[in-house]
Each structure stands twice: as structure tokens, then as C-alpha cells.
Design a protein around this ligand. Structure first.
Ligand SMILES: [Zn+2]
Length: 243
């Protein structure tokens, strides 16, 4: 079980976005650790111009390593209709990692600080924010093929909320949406989400589970503590592969 946990890292960043190390440096680290599989999911925005060079760089590396390399992009969900902050046109990536970096509203992403203040002042119902988050995510999962639900609910702490504030029926509805859209879910080491409670419904509905460190530097690639503890709470080992 522990071995299976250790042989994949399905979410790392490179210098193309938030990472400190190049694709080559990260792949060298994965090789050193004996990882079987590595996914780059650099953070893209609608005005990002580097995607073709990024895809080419991962492809080139793929020819020269025993590690199964995949090229994905991480993209923000902008509103409750699942609109994504994605460049136009085909990108040639293997997967699209969708993330709520900020809570989505009907009008666009919500500023965390003012949202938090309005929740505290009783002007905003946190349950409505959670429903919007789930609605926006479910819609985004349907937007693309090869979609991965990345660092689920990681925006909650910035709003003064926690995963346990999300009602079970809401988590369940999102798990069903993920299963229907053939999406996968990543348990994220750096952001320590989702918890076992949130992950269980996804498993129950047959959503493949991946582990990623969310590494921004090679020193943390393939090292799991939080993810390993979540896996130990699962009824059986259920790690999927990206390919
Ligand atoms: Zn992110």
C-alpha cells in the first residue's frame, strides 16, 4: 500500500508557472525517487502564451525517461456555470485540472477577503457559497474531456470555512457529477485536501483517485504524509493511473 502511494506524483509545477525547478530537474528528481508516473499541471490563465512550449518540453523529456510523464494544465473555475480561465483553442495537453482558487459566483470569482468579511457580518450565507462552489465545479467537470478535480475545497480556509462545513449531500452531488463526467480527483499533499470524509463519496461513485504533492520545488516531489494518512483511512487501495 505504502509503495503504491509512493510511486506516483500527479501534480507538480515547473518554471512555466509557479514552480522553482525546470521540467528536466523535476523529472530527474522523480527518476531518483523511482517514481513510475509524474504529471505536470502548471497553472494556466486565458492570456498564457507558454502552453505550446510547455507541451513540447514535456514531450521531449518523455522520450528520455522511464517515468511515465503527462502534461496537464491547472485552470481556475470562474463562475457557477463552470466557465474556465483557459486560453482559446486546442492546447494538446493530456488533462485539464480544474480548481476553485476563489469561490465562484454567478458574476465571477469572489474576492476571498471581502467574502470572508461579508460572511462574518452575516451578509452572506456560507451555505450559498458552498452550493455555488459545488455547482461551478460540477459544471466545469462537464466542460472538458480528461478532467481532473484538483485540490478540492482548498479555497475554504481563506473564507473561514472547512471541509466539514460542506453538507454530505452536497459532496455526494459533486461526486456523482465527477463520476458522470469521467473525471478523476487528486488528493493534494501541499494543501492537505480533501479529507477522507470528502473523498469517500468519490470512491463510492467510482471516481478514480490520484495522489499529488502540489510541489513547487523538487525537494517535495513524491513525498507523502497527509495523502498517506488519507489512503490508510480508505477501505481498500484504489489508486488510479493517469493513463
Ligand atoms: Zn492551484
Amino acid at each position: 500500500m505504502a509503495e503504491r502511494v509512493l510511486i506516483q506524483d500527479m501534480h507538480v509545477y515547473s518554471t512555466f508557472s509557479d514552480g522553482q525547478n525546470t521540467i528536466e530537474e523535476n523529472v530527474a528528481e522523480a527518476e531518483r525517487l523511482g517514481l513510475a508516473e509524474l504529471v505536470f499541471a502548471d497553472h494556466v490563465r486565458s492570456d498564457s502564451k507558454w502552453v505550446p512550449a510547455y507541451v513540447a518540453a514535456v514531450r521531449e523529456c518523455r522520450e528520455q525517461t522511464p517515468v511515465a510523464l503527462h502534461c496537464a494544465v491547472e485552470v481556475s473555475i470562474l463562475d457557477v456555470y463552470g466557465r474556465l480561465d483557459l486560453p482559446r483553442g486546442p492546447m494538446g495537453v493530456d488533462a485539464v485540472y480544474v480548481v476553485c482558487h476563489q469561490a465562484p459566483s454567478p458574476d465571477g470569482p469572489m474576492n476571498p477577503r471581502s467574502t470572508c468579511e461579508r460572511i462574518e457580518a452575516g451578509e452572506l450565507d456560507p451555505q450559498m457559497i458552498l452550493r455555488w462552489m459545488v455547482k461551478g465545479t460540477a459544471a466545469a467537470l462537464h466542460e472538458h474531456e480528461h478532467v481532473v478535480f484538483a485540490h478540492p475545497f482548498s479555497a475554504l480556509p481563506s473564507l473561514g470555512l472547512e471541509e466539514r462545513d460542506v453538507p454530505p449531500e452536497l459532496v455526494d452531488s459533486l461526486a456523482i457529477a465527477a463520476a458522470e463526467s469521467d473525471a478523476r480527483i487528486v488528493v493534494d499533499e501541499r494543501r492537505r485536501c480533501p479529507t477522507a470524509r470528502t473523498l469517500r463519496p468519490f470512491l463510492r461513485h467510482g471516481v478514480p483517485v490520484l495522489l499529488g504533492t502540489g510541489s513547487r520545488a523538487r525537494e517535495t516531489i513524491g513525498r507523502y504524509d497527509f495523502c498517506a494518512s488519507v489512503m490508510r483511512e480508505m477501505p481498500e487501495p484504489v489508486l488510479a493511473r493517469a493513463s
